[in-house]
Design a protein around this ligand. Structure first.
Ligand code: PEP
Length: 231
């Protein structure tokens, strides 16, 4: 069984969610499927057969933080998971490693399984080891809480070109070594589609995949979540 996460980002609509849920509910995947729609659509997913997650969560449970989403409320809305530290949040909303770590702690405290995104920027390509070590520095060695990490090299997100299988394998081994905890799941994300998903899962040693753009194509997403049935 592999972990397959859909990150809709700021896409979708009430109508699209209805259609997506209707069609995906008919697919019998043996994988752990998690869909992360925009927070404003979460309540439409009450009859969804798979898991739902948030695309982010704040590090406080309530208060005067206009526009933020409480981990406690996300949990109440039915989320089991929360993506944290996505590169788009790190880059566009100035999320530092420290903020990501605070969000990780809050997610755990309020009962969400964190999906932490890590990955080098194009600028750090030559020193991906340094960039990734820095992002993981604050995390404890033993993460006995089911944290999922997704390796998402920024240069591969939304470009249509995934990282090479060799490099994915090397990075995931490197991360495994740093975290030193067998129970952590390590995923790959960055231009995964219905053509390359199987290879990434089979050959790059990933415990699953995180999918952005392709998760909005219902037919392709169906193919991907079914892939696992024969893995
Ligand atoms: C992402 O943004 O997490 C992602 C993996 O996007 P895409 O699949 O579109 O590259």
């Amino acid at each position: 069984m592999k972990i397959i996460i859909a990150n809709w980002k700021m896409n979708g609509s009430v109508n699209f969610a209805r259609k997506f849920i209707r069609e995906i509910n008919q697919v019998d995947s043996q994988n752990l499927v998690i869909v992360c729609p925009p927070a404003a659509l979460l309540d439409r997913f009450s009859n969804f057969r798979y898991y739902i997650g948030a695309q982010d969560c704040f590090y406080r449970k309530k208060g005067s933080f206009t526009g933020e989403h409480s981990p406690l409320l996300l949990k109440e809305m039915g989320c089991k998971y929360a993506i944290i530290g996505h590169s788009e949040r790190r880059t566009n909303f100035n999320e530092t490693d420290n903020i990501v770590f605070k969000k990780w702690k809050a997610a755990i405290r309020y009962g969400l399984v964190p999906i932490v995104c890590i990955g080098e920027s194009l600028h750090d390509e030559g020193n991906w080891q340094g960039a990734i070590s820095q992002q993981l520095k604050l995390f404890p060695k033993k993460l006995s809480n089911g944290t999922i990490f997704a390796y998402e090299p920024i240069g591969c997100i939304g470009t249509g070109v995934a990282m090479s299988l060799d490099r994915i394998r090397t990075v995931l081994e490197f991360v495994r070594g740093l975290l030193n905890d067998e129970r952590v799941s390590l995923l790959y994300g960055g231009s995964v589609n219905s053509q390359n998903a199987r290879q990434i899962i089979d050959k790059a040693g990933a415990d699953g995949i995180l999918i952005g753009k392709t998760s909005l194509n219902i037919q392709d997403f169906k193919k991907i979540i079914l892939l696992g049935n024969s893995l």
